[in-house]
Design a protein around this ligand. Structure first.
Ligand code: HEM
Length: 498
């Protein structure tokens, strides 16, 4: 159970909220606005009252203290691990202490930059297949939803990297099952009452069915691998095979089938929606920031010409790298992460008792005007070496930091760069006029109504043809009532008017 700060000790300031409920209703209604307003009114460390008191942490020094310097004192809250593990089991995300450490030292080497580079071709190929389909969409002047496009693409890429050739046979089943798992975790984390999975509600039934399907598929793929003769690793070995043959460097133990299953499902859950959400925000930025987009396109064309990107090209795409960094600053997919101290601590001069529920929000840190000029603006060049000088290291951390940072960082970086470069080579994206762009801060920061977009194929020289006649009218959903974040880029939770 999350602890209540002991009476009489020095607590961080925060909103009074309602009697008993504190800020609980505000959180449910609009967590981003609640964070932004509390930060503006109370500063870098905010104590929210309510049935579960929450401390909001956003200052880079405090983030460093929790994630790096005093990391061992700050595991995920038990409640988070319990809720997420109904789907992913005891994988990297949901374990702590020695169990987590053993998994991390076994899995991390597989996710280093160099061994992952063998998957560049898979990423290029999946992106090209999506873009070939887009050619037909563009020809008929149809509309895509970039959010669903990117979800399918990132799921396909991850599945092909994990299972190589076996993927296509199970693609549809796996895709649906992973989607259902993610939705279940999401609703469990925000639900007021956590209904156990054994209760036969429609949602639980869907979840159990999806979990069975996922388990059957993953266990079957593992069993098929186990039956194959074990030779030397091949250059195009998939991630599942690498994980199966990699021993714990300290104990020499190989992962059991159950451990492999949990790791594979963890990677699916942690590694597809995060990248998909980022890519769909990037699609939005590509359509709303023509100058920056054309600069990124010019760089891609000068480095690649018309050929597909290869791993050797990626370091040369320097402006594109900053474009992606800036997208992750404005729209960090994991916009908050939770931690709970094992022992009493002091942060910024305030007492943080053991068992306090801490939410670390990079969404706020990334928009703090103390570290970012014009924080609401889209300005990739703020990541040049000159302009980054003097900015605290922990003012920017979409992948968080310290021993428990994102193990998929190199994978995500390569995937984002390859997919965005491939899009730039072939298409210009236009938001459908009037489509509401609204941030939905679920477990990841998604576009609530998707991203409805039309496409203009660019010429081999990178010229963008003028827009065709206006697209066929579409029925648009209304923005969320009273939501200040509609038209997301300009108004998203501004922190500047402090
Ligand atoms: C834009 C893309 C991504 C972002 C912004 C991102 C961000 C993060 C963050 C912030 C965490 C820490 C969460 C916490 O401590 O509560 C995390 C952990 C993790 N991520 Fe990612 N992630 C991305 C892509 C990926 C990919 C592609 C994979 C795998 C293929 C992946 C696998 C993981 C795993 C397994 C963990 C848990 C690590 C541990 O606890 O040791 N992520 N990620």
């Amino acid at each position: 159970m999350p602890g209540r700060p002991a009476a009489g000790r020095r607590q961080p300031p925060g909103p009074r909220g309602l009697p008993l409920l504190g800020s609980a209703l505000d959180f449910r209604r609009d967590p981003l606005r609640t964070f932004v307003e509390a930060w503006r009114d109370h500063g870098d460390l905010v104590q929210f009252r309510g049935p579960v008191p929450v401390v909001l942490v956003t200052h880079p020094d405090h983030l460093r203290h929790i994630l790096v310097d005093n990391f061992a004192n700050y595991p995920h809250p038990d409640d988070f691990n319990r809720k997420v593990s109904v789907s992913v089991g005891q994988g990297l995300v949901t374990t702590e202490g020695e169990v987590w450490r053993a998994q991390r030292r076994t899995v991390a080497p597989t996710f280093r930059k160099e061994p992952l580079e063998r998957f560049a071709g898979v990423m290029v190929d999946s992106a090209a297949r999506m873009l070939d389909r887009w050619e037909r969409v563009a020809r008929y002047g149809e509309v895509i939803d970039a959010r669903t496009e990117m979800q399918s693409l990132t799921l396909e890429i991850l599945a092909r990297c994990l299972f190589r050739a076996d993927w296509s046979r199970d693609a549809l089943r796996l895709g649906r099952a992973v989607g259902a798992q993610l939705e279940h975790i999401n609703s469990k984390l925000i639900a007021v009452a956590d209904i156990p999975e054994r209760v036969p509600t429609p949602r639980n039934r869907r979840f159990r069915q999806a979990r069975r399907l996922l388990d059957d598929t993953v266990y079957r793929l593992i069993a098929e691998r186990r039956r194959r003769p074990q030779g030397e690793p091949e250059d195009d070995e998939d991630l599942l095979s690498t994980l199966m043959r990699t021993p714990d460097p300290e104990t020499g133990h190989l992962m059991t089938d159950e451990q492999l299953r949990d790791q594979v499902v963890t990677l699916f859950i942690a590694g597809h929606e995060t990248v998909a959400a980022t890519l769909s925000w990037i699609c939005h930025l590509l359509s709303t920031h023509p100058a920056e987009t054309e600069r990124a396109r010019a760089e891609v064309l000068s480095v690649l010409g018309g050929r597909p990107p290869s791993k050797e090209d990626l370091p040369q795409l320097k402006y594109l790298k900053m474009f992606i960094q800036e997208a992750l600053r404005l729209y960090p997919p994991l916009w908050q992460v939770a931690r709970m101290p094992l022992e009493d601590d002091v942060l910024g001069g305030y007492d943080i008792p053991a068992g306090s529920f801490l939410l670390l929000s990079t969404y706020i840190t990334h928009r703090n005007p103390a570290f970012w000029d014009n924080p609401e603006g889209f300005d990739p060049e703020r990541f040049t070496r000159e302009r980054s000088a003097g900015r605290p290291r922990y003012a920017y951390m979409p992948y968080v930091a310290g021993p428990r940072n994102c193990v998929g960082l190199a994978f995500a970086t390569m995937e984002l760069t390859i997919v965005v470069a491939s899009i730039l080579q072939r298409f210009h994206l236009d938001m459908v006029p009037g489509h509401p762009v609204v941030m939905q801060p679920d477990i990841s920061l998604r576009a609530k109504y998707g991203m409805r977009m039309t496409l203009r194929p660019v010429t081999a020289r990178g010229e963008v043809p003028p827009p065709p006649a206006p697209p066929a009218p579409v029925v648009e959903p209304e923005p969320a009532a009273g939501c200040p974040y509609s038209r997301a880029t300009a108004e998203s939770g501004g922190l500047t008017a402090r």
